[in-house]
Design a protein around this ligand. Structure first.
Ligand SMILES: Cc1ncc(COP(=O)(O)O)c(C=O)c1O
Length: 433
């Protein structure tokens, strides 16, 4: 086996099938020739199953050590300003596509004291995986049954009087549990969170609920709109607004321990936003959303295996719509990953993969299950390893490169990798590399 996962003539997977000198010496043809012989080989010639090389169609290899190290780096950044600061590891959306429970464990190993998710269901999934770390869920409709989440000790974000009322009702049905809530305030993002106009009334009601002992106000939180935009004035404006909210809450007798505003870009670029808890998502996974170098290490490598190669003549149309035509006789390589796996269709004719020791552009449209790479006369063959994106160590594209090519953000590139792509966990916290 080569490191690229490509069967060689000496591979046990191919033993029993003669590889002719002519096929082996014609690199552009050898993959097809070998595949054809494998298909035609008598069953008796096949090696025992345990000896066969298991080529994966596709997989996302997740480096858990990288997640732990990134967590530590972000936490240390907070602690450099406030030695008592803590980090909430945001593992919503299946840990931004990396696996929620595995990412959560790695982040906790890296020092995270809290977990953050959008929905109560995501928090319950973490509990079901045996994770007992405090977890906050901040996005839920006030009509939702939050009893199971409260029973599991999930802390809930409160964005309106209706949310508070829902918590009070659920708490009255289970008086033994005292819900821990974080009041989420919209300081200028214009999205989730209590609007400034409603803030006085909501804080009054929250203070009353806490005085009566029904809830405990664990935190006050807000979310930044543009911490990743260099010199954007909204960061300072939202930070000032958040300080005013903290003063107002204090004046109403609310003494929440946790004050949290900073996301990854803010932890990397805006110390004034730190308070005593940072909520970091994308940075855990090693993607840097700001221009300041930070030393984060991308945790996900998306890879696959060339499923087929074929020689085609000049002028040959490739993939749906035939939007790409070969300029000369060439080898086309079929990579069995498509938009159903999370490869953006917007990558058609612009996304690049690492194949045969260099970057190559996708030829034509991304289909549901596959993309095609025009490899010219290079010796690319079925069974070759393809890296769609990774840390970039060897020159392979990164998720950031893909985001740029597809006019989106790396958050979307990693999060959209679909469930059909198995995750394989590596590193000391995972398994062998
Ligand atoms: C409320 C909230 N806090 C924190 C985060 C984490 O942000 P980032 O991934 O930029 O660190 C998110 C992510 O969208 C969020 O919605």
């Amino acid at each position: 086996m080569t490191t690229a996962g490509r069967p060689e003539a000496s591979d046990p997977a191919l033993s029993g099938q003669a590889v002719s000198a002519s096929a082996a010496s014609d690199p552009a043809q050898s993959g097809q020739a070998v595949s054809a012989r494998v298909a035609a080989a008598p069953a008796a010639a096949a090696p025992p199953a345990a000896e066969r090389v298991a080529a994966v169609r596709a997989e996302a290899v997740i480096d858990l050590d990288a997640i732990a190290a990134n967590t530590r780096l972000l936490l240390n950044r907070m602690r450099g300003v406030n030695p008592r600061a803590e980090l909430m590891a945001v593992v919503k959306a299946d840990g931004y596509g990396h696996g929620a429970a595995q990412s959560a464990r790695a982040a906790v190993a890296g020092g995270a004291g809290f977990l953050g998710v959008a929905t109560p269901e995501e928090a319950l999934d973490l509990r079901a995986a045996g994770i007992e770390t405090p977890v906050l869920a901040w996005l839920w409709p006030a009509g939702q049954d939050i009893g199971p989440a409260l029973a599991a000790g999930v802390e809930l974000g409160i964005s309106s009087l209706e949310h508070l009322t829902a918590v009070l009702i659920a708490a009255s049905a289970a008086p033994a549990t005292q819900p821990r809530i974080h009041v989420k305030i919209d300081t200028g993002l214009g999205r989730n969170g209590v609007g400034i106009g409603d803030l006085g009334a909501v804080l009054d009601a929250v203070a009353a609920a806490e005085r009566s002992g029904v809830v405990h106000v664990a935190g006050l939180m807000s979310h930044l709109a543009s911490a990743d935009v260099p010199d954007d004035p909204s960061v300072a404006e939202q930070t000032a607004a958040f300080r005013e909210v903290l003063d107002l809450a204090r004046s109403k007798g609310i003494d929440a321990h946790w004050h949290h505003l900073a996301n990854t870009p803010a932890v990397l670029d805006h110390q004034d936003t730190f308070f005593n808890l940072g909520r970091c998502g994308i940075g855990l996974y090693g993607i840097n959303p700001v221009l300041t170098p930070a030393g984060l290490r991308p945790a996900m490598t998306l890879r696959g295996t060339v499923a087929l190669t074929k020689r085609v003549p000049a002028g040959y149309g490739v993939s749906y719509g035939l939007t790409y035509r070969t300029s000369a006789e060439t080898t086309l390589a079929l990579v069995p990953l498509g938009y159903a796996d999370g490869i953006p269709r917007a990558a058609s004719s612009v996304g690049e993969v690492w194949l045969g020791g260099r970057r190559r552009r996708i030829a034509g449209r991304v289909a549901m299950d596959q993309v095609v790479i025009d490899c010219g006369d290079d010796p690319v063959a079925a069974g070759d390893d393809v890296i769609v994106f990774g840390p970039g160590d060897d020159g392979e594209p990164t998720a950031d490169d893909w985001a740029q090519a597809c006019d989106t953000i790396a958050y979307e590139i990693v999060t959209r990798i679909g469930p059909r792509v198995p995750r394989r966990y590596v590193g000391d916290l995972g398994g062998p590399l």
